[in-house]
Design a protein around this ligand. Structure first.
Ligand SMILES: [Zn+2]
Length: 252
């Protein structure tokens, strides 16, 4: 699928007043969209991921403006360092958001100078004009606040940042207890094969243990990194996917 606007057909889901999930944002794969989230309180707005394109991030920003509005402190939580979650970050950053991520994102985001965009351009075999038209003027930077362990944010509502490595070492999942929502990033996929190529059996075992940990949370709804909004039982499908993969590896 070619989308020269870099937006695709995102859907906005109201989880409850002030808490939104956005699914089906542009992804280079065509078939699989990218998701993002917004958690707000009267005191602040936190964005969860920024999409793969500047157009995606602007869409997310406009959702917040139209549904929440107001002038309050802004945060952007990056669930990990991959292009489909961070390429829109300049939009939130230019609006004054403080960016929060795992410290393992740093080496991928610092001194980027367009290198990651160039990498995607090469991967997709795009001309420089196509890359500009689809991805937009991507500008990556080191997050303002780095975490290494589970961290709770109090921004008028409690947000738990849970360090959940497996997909990549920089993976975090964002849990909002008062709406019982988990914004899982690529720790959870809905209805799709998991992207496991960034690790091997050792990392997949860690991933399973993190999914087991997430099962202990009181969850009503999961916004995965990719796929539709889902229920807690999707955690079991993800665990089974990884366990099956490990068995297949052992059998060679
Ligand atoms: Zn992703």
């Amino acid at each position: 699928m070619k989308d020269s606007r870099g937006l695709s057909n995102p859907k906005v889901h109201t989880i409850r007043d002030g808490v939104y999930a956005i699914t089906g944002l542009y992804h280079v794969s065509g078939g699989m969209g990218t998701n993002a989230g917004i958690i707000s309180s009267p005191e602040a707005i936190a964005f969860i991921d920024s999409g793969m394109t500047i157009a995606s991030a602007q869409f997310i920003w406009n959702v917040a403006q139209s549904k929440i509005g107001g002038d309050r402190p802004l945060y952007l939580i990056l669930t990990h360092h991959h292009s489909d979650h961070v390429f829109g970050m300049r939009v939130m950053k230019e609006q004054g958001s403080k960016v929060i991520a795992h410290s393992a994102t740093c080496k991928f985001l610092e001194n980027d100078n367009g290198k990651y965009k160039q990498f995607i351009r090469n991967l997709m075999n795009w001309s420089s004009e196509e890359a500009d038209r689809i991805l937009g003027d991507v500008w990556l930077s080191v997050p303002d606040l780095l975490i290494d362990v589970d961290t709770t944010l109090h921004i008028g509502t409690e947000i738990q940042l849970l360090v959940t490595p497996g997909h990549v070492p920089s993976s975090i999942s964002v849990y909002h207890p008062s709406s019982r929502t988990l914004f899982a990033g690529d720790t959870v996929y809905e209805g799709l094969p998991l992207t496991t190529r960034f690790g091997g059996p050792e990392e997949w075992q860690v991933w399973i243990s993190q999914l087991e940990r997430l099962k202990n949370l009181d969850i009503e709804l999961i916004c995965p990194g990719h796929g539709n909004l889902c229920r807690k039982k999707e955690l079991d499908r993800n665990i089974e996917f990884l366990a099956d993969l490990m068995v297949k590896m052992e059998q060679g």
